[in-house]
Design a protein. Sequence first.
Lengths: 605, 106
Amino acid sequence: MTAQPTNAAPARTAAVPSTTTGADALVDALLAVGAEHIFGLPGGAVLPLYDALYARPELRHFLVRHEQGAGHAAQGYAAASGKVGVCLATSGPGATNLVTPLADANMDSVPMVAITGNVPSTAIGSDAFQEADIRSITMPVTKHSFLVTDPALIAPTVASAFRLAASGRPGPVLVDVSKDALVARTARTPLADLELPGYRPVLEPAAPAVRDAVSLMTSSRRPVLYVGGGAIRSGAHRELFELAETTGLPVVTTLMARGAFPDSHPQHLGMPGMHGTVAAVAALQKSDLIIALGARFDDRVTGARDSFAPHATVIHADIDPAEIGKVRDVEVALLGDLRPTIAALVAEFRRQVEVGASPDYAEWVTFCQGTKARYPLSYDAAPDGQVAPQQVIQRIGQIAGPEAVYASGVGQHQMWAAHYLGFENPRTWINSGGLGTMGYAVPAAMGAKVGRPDATVWAIDGDGCFQMTNQELATCSVEGIPIKVAIINNGTLGMVRQWQTLFYNERYSNTGLRGTPSRPEVRAPIHVPDFVMLARSYGCEALRCTDPADIDKTIEAAMAIDDVPVVVDFQVHQDAMVWPMVASGTSNDDIKYARDLAPHFDEDD
Amino acid sequence: MSRHALSVLVENNPGVLARVSVLFARRSFNIDHLVVGPTEDPKVSRMTIVLNVGDEQLHKVTSQLDKLIEVIHIEELSDPAAIRDQLWAINDNGPRPVGAMAAAWA
């Protein structure tokens, strides 16, 4: 493959000089590949780039308060809009602050380009001030990382970074540019990608594999569609809907796939995994065929691997060949983009039925529907006068509706949000699934709102998570990004506390955010910070809800504010737990519907 | 577990050796021998990697290696003689450890 121009050369006029600075070339390249928004924070090594941005208002820059916020904002932007998110940071600590978002984006296959400045190439390797080898640091947590010291290579590297980020299995790409390359002049040339001879993503599945897969599907009795985040990233939701309706098969959607298939659809059994619904977990465990669509058999889905779905053969559709067979042996591999893959499965299924295949799933569907009816999601009422966190989240989902976009942090509130918000549309659920990054919600919601300005964007956050990244509320206020934040405030690191309750004899070691009463040297209980005062200090509207009777009117009041960010402090009861649950390291067969309550599967039902 | 030799063509870029070794470390694959040398194309280098793994592991190694953007082509060398020849070829005017590695395949 040779370098091909990816867009036409700008018309040469007398006004356009034949050379440009590396910084201007970088901005030109960003605009040429379609970037419109960028989240970042300047510093010494990227000063030339910021100087170039000063003159280019068409590339809107959002000044964050911490580079981690820029990274998660770029992720939220990408996840909500489907476009490549862009973040920008300076060398050294600026760059290392991006490592968490990059690792997060790598786990969750988020298309994102991170641009960092580095010290001048003559100083690289000298332990210069604010020098960090970010290209090497990010090797294991990015799809690829570049270091550019030649100004002529800046534009093609940026173009290639965008191509890499968005194509194949999407992911984060880092472009580190030395300061001298940003300052130096280089020829203005038509934008061309780098030559990447080793990069050849397979996009269309092989026809024989599709035939084999469908033959397995039509001859099996208990197949289940196990849908992962790939269905969202590839935009395969319509094809998935058609496959589900054509086959009548039960569907489970993983944490990363919530919204890929409507929650309201009768075939949808919900989310599988450690905190999955009983119906979804049972469908996988008892299936004879798992049709994995853009899913990767994560340990949070499989539980103990040796007892996961013991009777199932596997069809695995994925764009990443390294995922196929990584965890679970497969009978048929469908390598390619999920959208054409599912479309091909639908067409082949119809063809095989036309020529006489007669799949019979009736008994299986009855079993799955029976489990779903018998073990619906449910939660205990909160003790007297207290607010149940699940109810808050459920009501936000009902009042804001399925057209809204929801971002979440990590922990109990994330699991409740995944279960109770109610998803009907793809790209409306934005969370940190693989890496499990606390503090993801506020900056991700900020990015999502920039990517989807017309949508209502709620961050469902915990009080622990919120305290990690709430500084971005300042960004939201200053830059005019009116997100809504629901703090599910239980005064504790709730998911860790839940494990301490269940597995560590209620020894609440360092999970109480209001202090630990058993330790006399600690002042407890003490409610700090006051989230309402904190939010107001950031220029946000702020509300507080402590009474279950006020939940609806508080949410409605928050919905009525759309010109400034709004933060709601929902003070909820501390002992609420996430159920169902499969204890870590145990078999999915040992799922508990509630504490000490195992579901009973009577397969004759 | 058995010994396998992979011939891996990579882009001759700075950092590519680090990228390959980071991958092996991260996925807990152990390298027995590693030789890097030039090819007739100055933009391409050849890594000859010898590792002691089961067949299933080998498949995982190659599919993870293949994901690296700078990895162009991977081939398993099945013929010990070919491996030895290749190692000796690299060893021409090269350091003695490569010769020792080649001798190990004799």
